[in-house]
Design a protein around this ligand. Structure first.
Ligand SMILES: Cc1cc2nc3c(=O)[nH]c(=O)nc-3n(C[C@H](O)[C@H](O)[C@H](O)COP(=O)(O)O)c2cc1C
Length: 119
């Protein structure tokens, strides 16, 4: 879970991702292109990631979609290490629509409860 800071995630999460992406350990390059850990050892096959992202504005669609570098990056990074099933919950628009913030958060909590049942 992360907040969006300046259209991306906080730097501490980038440090964590950099620590996860280890050549030869979590990904490798093969003749047919990159292979994530799933292809390398089989241990990650079937792994899933739940990504919960909070942002003051709506980034999942609409006018800011093209400058969303947070979930799109995390999805790409997980795919790179062999995890294709990345499910996302956006808790978004809470600053844009402060009168709806509580409702937006409640809805996201309910979504997380439902999504967690599949993990
Ligand atoms: C330094 C900083 C940068 C932020 N940048 C963005 C941004 O680029 N886009 C956005 O939608 N929200 C941005 N926000 C808002 C946060 O994503 C928001 O505060 C966070 O989701 C937590 O929600 P809350 O303040 O309602 O608890 C920023 C907040 C901070 C503190």
């Amino acid at each position: 879970m992360n907040p969006v800071w300046n259209y991306s995630f906080p730097p501490v999460l980038k440090m964590y991702i950099d620590a996860l992406m280890v050549p030869g350990l979590t990904f490798t390059r093969a003749n047919n292109g990159r292979r994530g850990l799933g292809g390398l050892t089989g241990t990650q096959q079937g792994k899933k990631v739940m990504h919960i992202q909070a942002s003051g504005t709506v980034l999942s669609h609409g006018e800011f979609k093209d400058i969303e570098f947070s979930h799109s990056y995390i999805k790409a990074a997980m795919k790179f290490i062999g995890i294709d099933d990345v499910q996302v919950i956006y808790v978004e628009g809470t600053s844009e629509k402060p009168d709806q913030a509580a409702e937006i958060k409640e809805k996201a909590i309910e979504q997380a409860i439902q999504m967690a049942k599949g993990f």
